[in-house]
Design a protein. Structure first.
Length: 271
C-alpha cells in the first residue's frame, strides 16, 4: 500500500500567498507519510475574472509556479500532482490549463492539458462560465507511472465524461487523479456521485483534491476533497476549508478484485 494526499485550498488572486499555503500543506502531507500529494485545480491562482490568468501564465518549463513545485518535490522527496497551472500556448492568445506531475527528484514527468472546458450556465442561478474564452482545450489523454501505480490524469469538468476514463483505463491506468474546482451547486448535486461512479465502473482508486469555500471573485466552490477506493468506498474526505486528507492506495486488493469481478473485461463495445 502507498499513502497519498489530496490537498484542499481556497485559492485567491495572490500567487505568493497561494504558493505559501500549498507549500505548508505539502510539507504536512509528507510529514504524515504521503509519498505523493495532489493539489487542486487553480491552486496557484484564482483571478477576479477568467481572463486574469493570461497575465500570470508561464512558459512551459520556466516560471515561479513551476520552479516552486519542482523545488518542493526535490526538497521533500515527494511526488506532486500540481493541480492546474496556466501555461502559454505558442501562437494562441489563450492558455492551457496544464496539470503537471513532478517526481521526487523534482523532474517534471507528465503534463495533461484539460480537455473538457466548463462553458455552462448553472441551472436555477444567475451564474455562467465560459472557460474556453481564456483556455485552449487539450487534445490527448495522459497516463504516467508513479510509485502509487499508473496514474490516469483528468481535471474537474472531465469528471462528467466517462469515455475519457475508459480511454485512460485502456492506457493502463490503475488510479485517477482529478484536481477540481467544482461550483457549489453542481458539487452538492453531483460531485460524490460522479467520483464514486468513475471508481466503481473502472475498478480504480480516485484521488480528488478540490477548491473549497468563497473566493475573492465571488465564486463559491464545493470542496469535499475525497479519496475513493476501487469499490466506490470513500476512504477519506474533507468537506470544507483548507487542509489535506490522506489514505493508502491498495493496488494488490484492486488487482484481486479485478480478477474476481472482471466487469472491465466483460465490455462488448462492438455489439
Amino acid at each position: 500500500m502507498t499513502r497519498v494526499a489530496a490537498i484542499q485550498m481556497v485559492s485567491s488572486a495572490d500567487v505568493g500567498r497561494n504558493l505559501a499555503t500549498a507549500e505548508e500543506l505539502l510539507r504536512r502531507s509528507r510529514e504524515r507519510g504521503a509519498c505523493l500529494a495532489a493539489l487542486p485545480e487553480n491552486f496557484a491562482f484564482m483571478g477576479l475574472t477568467e481572463a486574469d490568468k493570461l497575465a500570470i501564465a508561464e512558459v512551459e518549463g520556466n516560471g515561479p509556479i513551476q520552479e516552486h513545485m519542482a523545488g518542493l518535490a526535490r526538497e521533500l522527496g515527494l511526488w506532486i500532482v500540481a493541480g492546474t497551472i496556466p501555461l502559454r500556448v505558442p501562437g494562441e492568445p489563450r492558455t492551457a490549463a496544464a496539470c503537471l506531475v513532478y517526481d521526487a527528484a523534482g523532474r517534471r514527468v507528465a503534463r495533461y492539458d484539460k480537455i473538457h472546458l466548463f462553458d455552462v450556465a448553472i441551472p436555477g442561478r444567475d451564474e455562467r462560465y465560459q472557460e474556453s474564452a481564456s483556455v485552449r482545450p487539450g487534445v490527448a489523454p495522459e497516463c504516467v507511472d508513479t510509485p502509487v501505480g499508473r496514474l490516469g490524469m483528468a481535471v474537474c469538468y472531465d469528471l462528467r465524461f466517462p469515455e475519457l476514463f475508459r480511454r485512460l483505463l485502456d492506457l493502463g491506468a490503475e488510479w485517477f487523479c482529478l484536481p477540481s474546482a467544482f461550483t457549489a451547486p453542481t458539487g452538492r448535486a453531483h460531485w460524490e456521485t460522479l467520483l464514486r461512479a468513475r471508481a466503481i465502473e473502472n475498478l480504480c482508486h480516485v484521488v480528488a483534491p478540490a477548491q473549497s469555500g468563497f473566493h475573492e471573485n465571488g465564486r463559491e466552490t464545493h470542496g469535499d476533497s475525497m479519496i475513493v477506493d476501487c469499490w466506490g468506498r470513500v476512504l477519506a474526505r474533507l468537506p470544507r476549508g483548507t487542509g489535506a486528507v490522506l489514505a493508502d492506495i491498495d493496488l494488490v486488493r484492486q488487482r484481486e478484485l479485478r480478477q474476481n469481478f472482471p466487469c472491465v473485461e466483460h465490455r462488448r463495445l462492438t455489439v
